[in-house]
Design a protein. Structure first.
Length: 255
């Protein structure tokens, strides 16, 4: 059984898990307050197509938390550093929610390292209302730690556990808040690699966010998959349907 390992990136460490072999490479980037384990159901299908590296983003899981604040550029550079450590020239980035934001930033900042994008339930901007929600989450984390973060995100009665460092997750949350004043959407025309968008029609983030991304990304190189009756975590709830879509998109995009 392959075990995770921690690699040194500048002043912090990133926990990664690499499995399978092949010329094609996937890098899986989880969302806020998740860990690399969120990909357990989708990973076998990706491993059938190539090598897979999953990582705990900074502040999450077993990765450490460097001093903040964090920018999207910082997180994109983390991805490039992981590829360097793995000896990978270019990778298909599979990003969920926050991970999709990081993936798009990486494709803009390190275009020669990103062969394609799979963007699951993500966005490129946020409203003032959502920015205020992110700030409430950050303040809760600063005052009450991990348990307060969980209650702020999932509700007062939630028993969902978060694995990571509270201050690191606070910095990540404020990075997301920056999408209100510094949206990513207007820059997406500069992405040159193929992209597959996947969204559940009952995703609380809203299918419209994926449709906006679809319009902003280069025409003719972007596809969108809408799954009825499905929510935010397609890689968990609809791993089979998502895997089939990814495999078809790989062939059509000649990746």
């Amino acid at each position: 059984m392959v075990e995770p390992r921690r690699i040194r990136v500048a002043a912090h460490q990133i926990n990664i898990l690499s499995t399978s072999t092949g010329d094609r490479h996937f890098t899986c980037l989880h969302g806020l307050c998740d860990t690399l384990a969120i990909w357990n159901r989708l990973s076998p299908a990706l491993e059938a197509c190539g090598r897979v590296t999953r990582l705990d983003q900074r502040g999450h899981g077993l990765s450490s938390s460097p001093r903040g604040p964090y920018s999207r550029a910082d997180l994109a550079d983390d991805v490039a550093a992981v590829l360097d450590a793995e000896g990978v020239a270019e990778s298909i980035l599979v990003g969920h929610s926050m991970g999709g934001i990081v993936a798009m930033e990486a494709a803009l900042r390190h275009p020669h390292r990103v062969a394609g994008l799979v963007l699951i339930g993500t966005t490129g901007a946020c409203s003032q209302k959502i920015a205020d929600w992110y700030e409430r989450i950050a303040v809760a984390g600063e005052r009450g730690g991990i348990s307060a973060l969980s209650r702020a995100i999932y509700g007062a009665k939630s028993e969902r556990e978060i694995s990571g460092d509270a201050q690191g997750i606070v910095h990540m949350t404020r990075m997301l808040k920056s999408l209100h004043t510094d949206p990513l959407t207007d820059r997406l025309g500069g992405i040159r690699c193929p992209a597959l968008l996947a969204v559940g029609e009952k995703d609380p983030m809203g299918p419209k966010a994926s449709e906006i991304l679809f319009s902003a990304l280069p025409h003719g190189r972007t596809e969108i998959l809408r799954l009825p009756e499905k929510g935010h975590w397609l890689q968990v709830d609809s791993a089979g349907s998502l895997a089939v879509a990814i495999q078809g998109w790989l062939g059509e995009s000649e990746l």
